[in-house]
Design a protein around this ligand. Structure first.
Ligand code: NAD
Ligand code: 6OD
Length: 494
């Protein structure tokens, strides 16, 4: 894949409402984070478009989609997955162009997971079963109780830029599988793969109104208007914790269902008995995958003191071997920040770390290329040591290719330090002592703990966070629970 693969991507990105593409007079630029060029113009939804999308979704939900059997909905989800598979390379080109991530990552993670999300929820809904109870009373009457699932209605999906198709489809797929219709807004930074998905929906003939796409910004724009729309029955959101808080306020009056996957300040813990090379490789991945722009990335690394110096030296060597640059250059491992604005935020933490007293082990600056990539949003992968636990760089989510490595002396001490965080999304623990691994994992206050692993996903498991990292769980039956209402039917039989 090279820069010319972008040529096949649409230059005007439009909404998809009631089965048709719809434009807006107002547009905004979709800017390449690789070289600052304009990739496309994107329609900016006004209130009228948001309203039309919600009304179309409601009609479809009360009409054809709401009448379909679970089996028929599952068949549609497989058709969507097939449609993505057919245009696999276009989706890869979209993710690479919008985000600058390596092609290999877009292929093996982003687009592969987009397909898997639709197939997994198709199979789950097809094979799902319900609860059933036989009930007898003391005066001899008998009943059966069973539980049936109904769709929520119209679900608003709002997603971020860091794993565009993966996170968008992670919510659209189960919402549709459970019989809801959807109005979905991708991040304004990464609008292309969602537009291709709308093309797939059109091309496979998905009934009009079942899937609606609106483009636009968040606060006081399409995102917020979606959350405030009276006919939206639930909001499922992935993004920053402070946006989650704003959405929670916006939906409060309507008492709408919400599911939130929010920010993190995740820890990696390396015990001295860990397989050293595996732990270094694991922390390299968990800190620098997607240039640190994965909500699960570890920005806090705690290493048991006997191996601390050796670990920092090994991590430094591997970090300096990362190839930062354009995804269109062979060998690139690490792309840019999503935007100049986000790069400014990350660079402000690079400056703050020094002011807070950090030792910069490696990185801390901006790479120079001597070509158009100097207009991109690149930063150097960075490692710090020497900060106190209450430094802002150790407590606040940065969302860039950066980690702070600190020594620890005892198991209970490191558990306390890991848990001393406003966030609770994920952690990874590296040890060859399995008893300790289980013991520590059970004490960590996060939604997921990986033992000798990182970002390995089984889509049937609950995914979500505690504290500022979120509200509710999605994945497997947890998604089925969120995207449906349960009704108990109680039948007198004797
Ligand atoms: P963001 O919160 O700025 O934006 C996410 C989406 O919300 C965008 O589509 C945006 O337009 C919209 N939005 C913004 N303000 C809104 C408002 N007031 N009302 C309605 N919609 C609004 O997040 P981001 O910068 O795109 O993504 C990065 C953040 O997402 C990081 O904090 C990261 O940790 C988090 N994240 C969490 C998970 C998870 O699973 N927990 C996954 C990925 C990213
Ligand atoms: O793997 C997932 O299902 C998921 N929601 C990952 C989130 C990654 C955050 O950037």
């Amino acid at each position: 894949m090279n820069a010319s693969s972008q040529a096949a991507l649409p230059k005007r990105l439009r909404h998809f409402v009631d089965g048709d593409f719809a434009d807006s007079d107002q547009t905004f630029a979709n800017i390449s984070p690789v070289d600052g060029s304009e990739l496309s113009r994107v329609a900016e939804a006004d209130m009228r478009i948001v309203d039309a999308a919600v009304r179309a979704a409601k009609r479809a939900q009360r009409g054809p989609w709401g009448q379909l059997s679970a089996q028929a909905r599952a068949d549609w989800l497989h058709k969507i997955a097939d449609g993505i598979q057919v245009r696999f390379d276009d989706f890869v080109a979209a993710e690479v162009a919008d985000t600058g991530r390596p092609v290999s990552q877009a292929r093996s993670l982003d687009v592969a997971r987009g397909i898997a999300n639709f197939r997994t929820f198709a199979d789950l809904v097809r094979t799902s079963h319900s609860e059933f109870f036989e009930t007898s009373t003391s005066d001899g009457r008998e009943f059966i109780n069973y539980v049936t699932r109904k769709p929520l209605g119209v679900v608003g999906v709002i997603s971020p830029w860091n794993l565009p198709l993966l996170l968008f489809s992670w919510k659209v797929a189960p919402a549709l599988a459970m019989g809801n219709c959807v109005v979905a807004k991708p991040s304004e930074e990464t609008p292309t793969s969602a537009t291709l998905l709308a093309e797939v929906m059109r091309d496979i003939g998905l009934p009009a109104g079942v899937f609606n796409l609106i483009h636009g910004h968040g606060a006081n724009a399409a995102g917020e208007w979606l959350t405030r729309h009276a006919d939206i029955d639930a909001i499922t959101f992935t993004g920053e914790s402070k946006t989650g808080s704003a959405i929670m306020k916006a939906v409060a009056d309507g008492v709408k269902n919400v599911s939130f996957e929010l920010g993190g300040k995740n820890a990696a813990v390396v015990f001295a008995d860990a397989d050293f090379d595996q732990a270094v490789e694991g922390v390299l991945r968990s800190s620098f995958t997607n240039a640190g722009q994965v909500c699960l990335c570890s920005e806090r690394v705690y290493v048991e003191r006997p191996i601390f110096e050796r670990f920092v030296a090994a991590l430094k060597e591997k970090t300096e071997a990362l190839e930062v640059g354009s995804p269109y250059e062979p060998g690139t491992t690490t792309g840019p920040m999503i935007s100049q604005q986000h790069r400014d935020k990350v660079l402000s933490y690079f400056k703050l770390a020094v002011a807070e007293g950090a030792t910069v082990v490696t990185g801390g600056g901006v790479p120079a290329f001597g070509d158009a990539n100097d207009n991109g949003a690149f930063v150097e992968p960075t490692i710090w040591t020497g900060l106190p636990d209450d430094a802002r760089c150790v407590t606040e989510e940065i969302f860039g290719p950066v980690c702070h490595v600190a020594p620890f002396d005892a198991e209970d001490e490191v558990v306390r330090r890991v848990n001393d965080s406003a966030y609770g999304l994920a952690a990874s623990v590296w040890t060859s002592n399995l008893q300790r691994g289980h013991r520590v994992a059970r004490q960590i206050e996060t939604g997921i703990v990986w033992l000798n692993a990182w970002f390995e996903r089984d889509l049937r498991t609950p995914f979500g966070g505690t504290k500022l990292s979120g509200f509710g769980r999605e994945g497997g039956r947890h998604s089925m629970d969120f995207y449906s209402e349960l009704t108990n039917v109680c039948v007198r039989i004797a």
